[in-house]
Design a protein around this ligand. Sequence first.
Ligand SMILES: Nc1ncnc2c1ncn2[C@@H]1O[C@H](COP(=O)(O)OP(=O)(O)OP(=O)(O)O)[C@@H](O)[C@H]1O
Length: 254
Amino acid sequence: MSLLGVNHVYKKYDNGAAVLQDVSFTIEKGQCVGLVGESGCGKSTLARCLLRIEPIDEGTILFEGIPLHNKNERSLKPYRKHIQAVLQNPSASLNPKLKIKDSLLDPYLQLGGQAAMKHFRYTNSKDFVAQLLDAVELPASLADRYPHELSGGQKQRVTIARAISIEPDIIILDEPTSSLDVLSQAAVLRLLDALRVQLGTSYLFISHDLSAVYSMSKTIMVMRDGAIVDRFEKDGLFSKERHPYTRELVAMFD
Ligand SMILES: Nc1ncnc2c1ncn2[C@@H]1O[C@H](COP(=O)(O)OP(=O)(O)OP(=O)(O)O)[C@@H](O)[C@H]1O
């Protein structure tokens, strides 16, 4: 059984335009599935639907075979531990009034300090924060700073540390590097890849940047106007069988 199963999902906003159209895919344990498409095609809407920030109109979203799409906030709560997110803008994801250590502790404390851990060990809060900062290659001394005292790349590492702190099964990465400079982008992608291998986490890696998706993902899906128009294993990117739209993206990539 797949870790995440998305089946025939449709979504419209109140203004009526169809944003997601018959979207289906699966994610297996430890796998990175990439989703590429141009601005406005519906990528972030899909992320918000998977995170249940937005409801879907039709279809199913299953975690290990259990439907999530029809659960209310209360019955969804146990599943929040399994699916975390890292979004485009780290400044918006971190509470400016909280020190880094408090932001890092927040997901664990929200679970009532009950998260079952395989890789991190909670002995005390200081040590736990140090383990998390170390996992994202940041010095423990950043724990007492506020977000505005960190660079963009450091802030995004903190949001990654927050996401992995409760050892979720899946992380939805929605344009996680697009607000960073080129060097920080490459470093954050390398870090994410290493963490996937080390922690066995699965990713849905969403980006408009085909080269970033290509570097991270084993399976790649191409979205256009809310529909998945092509999907293939990474090795098949340059195949003649690719959808004409994928070939357009590849031509830009060259
Ligand atoms: N809350 C909303 N209400 C109405 N329409 C929306 C809303 N959010 C997004 N849309 C529309 O849905 C479509 C898809 O937007 P979405 O943000 O999912 O695209 P995207 O592929 O993530 O784009 P980008 O890469 O620019 O973030 C767009 O036409 C957008 O204008």
